[in-house]
Design a binder for this molecule. Structure first.
Ligand SMILES: *Cc1c(COP(=O)(O)O)cnc(C)c1O
Length: 427
């Protein structure tokens, strides 16, 4: 079974019309996040894995506190890629025991703060274990500290998000398993292993292969040190989603069933299982709508200028072959735009030539005042917002059943001035 479930353009357009009818700030561009859909996805993860598992949603996919709060309120934990993301988790009301702090660059001060806060953390390397050892009170850290392993299963189809090739910058390479065994002998507080195989570009078989290798090492450590040892296994995220109608990513339930079949020890009692899905939870919950400001025509075709570009869709602008989005033309009333198709380039609002979202797309003839809907923008878009050219971030609106509420207000020019100023309110 594959997971082709995506929000339909008609329902997205309906949410846009409703937000505009309510006088919310939808011009000249607006971002949406469907919280009901997000909760349903978190519910599916919970149902597919054993009841005691912790499902920490990767904050770096979408760091809006109101989005995180909705995830926490339905039982999820949060995965933090920085100490700042740990603070975002706390701001969202996440209990420390449900926060997983992963970063390859933790300073001593950050490690000390994480230990003080009582969050879970995964060390990236053996030197970090030494730093932790100098700071930890073992009895206070019980069951909360893991070690990231690079399973060395090879790069994914997307170089930029590969983390499991032989020389990845993340984790202790599996070929150094002896050093990992020695670490468990040396540090009684070390509670488990962590692996995150990749993001979007990994096939299900590759994800499972990486997890299987690290789980085999964990089982070996448990056999050597007793069944209470290495009781935590964090299998990361990385499950891909559909960005095109022809994409056939695995269904979450099939992925969990395949793990249960191929790596059954993960599901045994006595193991605390942790997942860290980001994109799978968030990508399909988000969409964006921009007004068409100008349409330029020349002998080669037309270019429509939008209010979202490389600031919002950074990866799309720089690596369009790896990062696809569907664009849908709407008329000024947000109804599907009809008419014959012709080649149209979608340009962003920034002052550099690479700020192009799509070249020569077959679209109905766009005019100023029409709208362009961008699908599947809920992950790795707003979280990668680029300040180049200093445009303000549009309002982010949360769709929740029939309700729509502001998740983040539109940034004003004065907010951007404050961002580039000396700081803490000083001009
Ligand atoms: C980015 C990241 C994730 C989330 O990856 P997705 O592809 O969004 O599921 C999980 N764990 C770690 C350590 C990460 O760096």
């Amino acid at each position: 079974m594959s997971d082709t479930d995506r929000l339909e353009p008609a329902s997205m357009a309906r949410a846009f019309r409703e937000a505009r009818r309510r006088g919310m700030e939808v011009e000249p561009a607006v971002l949406f996040h469907d919280l009901g859909r997000m909760r349903a996805r978190i519910g599916r993860i919970g149902a597919a894995f054993p009841p005691g598992a912790l499902h920490a949603v990767a904050i770096k996919a979408n760091p809006l506190v109101e989005v995180l709060r909705a995830a926490v309120d339905c039982g999820a934990g949060l995965e933090a890629a920085s100490l700042e993301e740990v603070r975002l988790s706390l701001a969202a009301g996440c209990p420390p025991g449900r926060i997983v702090y992963d970063s390859p660059a933790k300073t001593r001060a950050e490690i000390a703060e994480a230990l003080r806060l009582g969050v879970r953390l995964n060390a990236d390397n053996l030197d970090e274990l030494e730093r932790i050892d100098a700071l930890v009170r073992p009895e206070a850290a019980a069951g909360r500290i893991g070690l990231r392993i690079n399973p060395q299963v090879g790069a994914s189809s997307i170089a930029l998000t590969s983390v499991a090739d032989r020389r990845s910058k993340f984790g202790v390479p599996l070929e150094q398993a002896d050093a990992v065994r020695a670490a468990f002998a040396r540090y009684p507080w070390l509670a488990g292993l962590h692996v995150h195989v990749g993001s979007q570009g990994c096939a299900q078989a590759q994800l499972i292969d990486g997890i299987r290798r690290v789980e085999a090492l964990r089982q070996e450590i448990r056999r050597a040190r007793g069944s209470g040892a290495a009781s935590v296994m964090d299998i990361g995220g990385g499950l891909p989603v559909a960005y095109r109608s022809t994409d056939r990513p695995p269904a979450l339930e099939d992925y969990a069933a395949a793990l249960r079949r191929e790596v059954p020890t993960l599901f045994e009692g006595g193991t605390t299982l942790i997942t860290e899905f980001g994109r799978w939870v968030q990508a399909g919950c988000g969409f964006a709508v921009s007004r068409v400001e100008y349409v330029k025509k020349d002998s080669a075709g037309r270019t429509a200028i939008l209010h979202l570009g490389a600031d919002f869709l950074l990866r799309r602008a720089y690596h369009p072959d790896d990062w696809h989005h569907d664009f849908v033309a709407l008329d000024p009333d947000a109804a599907a735009k009809e008419g014959p198709l012709s080649a149209c380039t979608l340009g962003g609002p920034l002052c550099f030539g690479g700020d192009v979202l799509a070249r020569d797309l077959a679209l109905p003839d766009l005019s100023p005042g029409d709208l362009v809907l961008i699908r599947d923008t809920g992950a790795y878009t707003l979280s990668m917002w680029s300040r180049h050219c200093s445009r303000g971030i549009p309002a982010v609106l949360g769709v929740d059943g029939g309700e729509i509420r502001v998740l983040r207000e539109r940034e004003r020019p004065e907010d951007v001035v404050a961002f580039w100023s000396r700081g803490r309110g000083q001009p």
